[in-house]
Design a protein around this ligand. Structure first.
Ligand code: SOE
Length: 390
C-alpha cells in the first residue's frame, strides 16, 4: 500500500484552511491502495506550528522548511507562506521530488512564475496553484451552464473582489504592504482570485486595455510583536511606506471577444471578503456574490421572459452530491468546504499520479501575466497585450 505523507509549510491564517481541507478528506480518500497521513506542520514560529498541528491532528511539527523538504518521508507539500517565499519553497519542493500545492500568487513576478512552471513541467511531482473559488459549487455550476450555452456567447464580465481588511490605518505594516515581499497589494492578494475566475468562466485574457492601481494609506505603523493574517497588534511609533496597491481596476479583453471590467479593493469598509460578478451573455445574464456562496441568479431571454431566477444550495451543483455529508436541497456550504474540494481534487490527482488540471502552475503563470500586465498598464498609462510579457 502507498502511504502519502502530507506537510503544510506555513501555519498562518491560510495554513489553517489547508489543514482543514486535508483533515476533511483524508479518511474518505484513503483506501486499501493508498493512505494519506497528516504528517507535519512547519512554521518558523514553532508555537504556531504546534497549535495548528494540535487543532487539525497533524503528527509532527517543524520550524525549518528545508528540513521538511529534505525528509524523504514527506510526499505532499502545501506552501502556505508569505508571497515572497512561494516560488523559492515550491521550486525547492519540486526539486526534492514532492507534490506541491502552492498558494497564490504563484510568484512575485511573471518571470519567476514562468521559471517555476517550466521547472514543474520537468518534475515528477504533481503541481497545483491555490484557486479555491473555482470549487465553490455555484461557480462550478455557472461554468457548466456557460458550457451548455445557456447564456449564449459571453460578451461582458464585471468581476470584483472587495475586502475591508486594510481599511483601518491602524492595521500594522506587514509583508503585504511592500511590493518586494508581496508582488502587489489588493491585486495579488485577492485580485489573483478574481482574475482566475475571469479566465475560468470566459477563457484567456489577451489584453489589458487600461488600468489604475492606487495606494490610499501610504504609511502604516510597524508592529511591536509578530502578527499573522490581518490581525491588530500593539504598534510602535515608527511608520513605514506602503508601496502596494489598496485598489486596482482595469478594462480587459478576452480572446473570445468578451469584454471585462475588473476591480480589487482591500479598503472597502463593510465588505469582509466579497468576490462578485455579473456575466452577460448573448442570451442571458448570471449574477454571483460570495457572501451567498450557495446561490446564483440567472436570467435567460428564452425562460420566464428573461426574469432572474435564483438557484440555491442544490445537490445538482458540482461537488454537492458526492462531497458533503448532507447532500440535501437547501443545505448550505461555505468558504471552508470550497477550499476543501480543491484540496480533495489535489489529493486525488496525487493518489492517481495524474496531472492536476483545474488550477495548475500553468494557471498560476497565466494569472501572474495578467497581474503584471495590469501593473504595467497602470504605471505606463497604456494598453498592454499579454503576449508581449511572455
Ligand atoms: C485576504 O483577506 C484573503 O485571506 C486572501 O489572501 C485569500 O486568498 C482569500 O481566499 C481570503 O481572503
Amino acid at each position: 500500500m502507498k502511504t502519502l505523507n502530507i506537510a503544510i509549510i506555513g501555519a498562518g491564517m491560510i495554513g489553517a484552511a489547508h489543514a482543514s481541507g486535508y483533515r476533511a478528506h483524508q479518511a474518505r480518500l484513503s483506501g486499501p491502495d493508498c493512505q494519506f497521513v497528516l504528517h507535519t506542520v512547519c512554521d518558523a514560529r514553532e508555537d504556531a506550528a504546534q497549535e495548528l498541528a494540535r487543532v487539525w491532528g497533524f503528527a509532527h511539527v517543524a520550524s525549518n522548511w528545508q528540513a521538511v523538504l529534505d525528509n524523504p518521508e514527506i510526499d505532499v507539500v502545501s506552501v502556505a507562506l508569505p508571497n515572497i517565499l512561494h516560488a523559492e519553497v515550491a521550486a525547492a519542493a519540486l526539486r526534492a521530488g514532492k507534490h506541491v500545492l502552492c498558494e497564490k500568487p504563484l510568484a512575485l513576478t511573471a518571470a519567476q512564475a514562468k521559471e517555476l512552471t517550466d521547472l514543474a513541467a520537468s518534475s515528477k511531482g504533481i503541481n497545483g496553484s491555490v484557486f479555491n473559488y473555482r470549487r465553490i459549487p455555484a461557480i462550478s455550476m455557472i461554468k457548466e451552464l456557460i458550457e451548455r450555452g445557456e447564456i449564449g456567447t459571453p460578451t461582458h464580465l464585471l468581476v470584483q473582489y472587495q475586502c475591508g481588511y486594510a481599511a483601518d490605518p491602524l492595521l500594522p505594516h506587514s509583508w503585504r504592504y511592500t511590493e518586494s515581499r508581496a508582488g502587489g497589494g489588493a491585486l495579488h492578494d485577492i485580485g489573483a482570485h478574481a482574475i482566475d475566475i475571469a479566465r475560468f468562466l470566459c477563457g484567456e485574457i489577451t489584453e489589458i486595455v487600461g488600468a489604475t492601481t492606487d495606494t490610499f494609506i501610504k504609511q502604516r505603523y510597524l508592529p511591536l510583536t509578530a502578527n499573522a493574517g490581518h490581525s491588530h497588534v500593539t504598534l510602535s511609533d515608527k511608520t513605514e511606506e506602503v508601496d502596494t496597491d489598496d485598489i486596482s481596476s482595469c478594462v480587459m479583453r478576452f480572446d473570445s471577444g468578451c469584454q471585462g471590467l475588473f476591480s480589487a479593493s482591500r479598503v472597502t469598509v463593510g465588505m469582509g471578503n466579497t468576490l462578485s460578478f455579473t456575466l452577460t451573455g448573448s442570451k442571458g445574464t448570471v449574477l454571483f456574490n460570495s457572501e451567498r456562496p450557495g446561490e446564483f441568479s440567472i436570467a435567460r431571454a428564452s425562460v420566464e421572459k428573461g426574469a432572474f431566477i435564483t438557484q440555491a444550495n442544490n445537490p445538482s451543483f458540482p461537488y454537492l452530491s458526492d462531497m458533503i455529508p448532507v447532500p440535501h436541497d437547501g443545505v448550505a456550504i461555505g468558504y471552508a468546504e470550497g477550499f476543501g474540494f480543491m484540496i480533495a481534487e489535489f489529493m486525488q490527482a496525487v493518489a492517481q499520479n495524474q496531472p492536476y488540471s483545474k488550477g495548475s502552475f500553468a494557471d498560476g503563470l497565466a494569472v501572474a501575466l495578467v497581474l503584471e500586465a495590469i501593473q504595467h498598464a497602470a504605471r505606463d498609462r497604456r494598453p498592454v497585450a499579454i503576449n508581449t510579457l511572455k
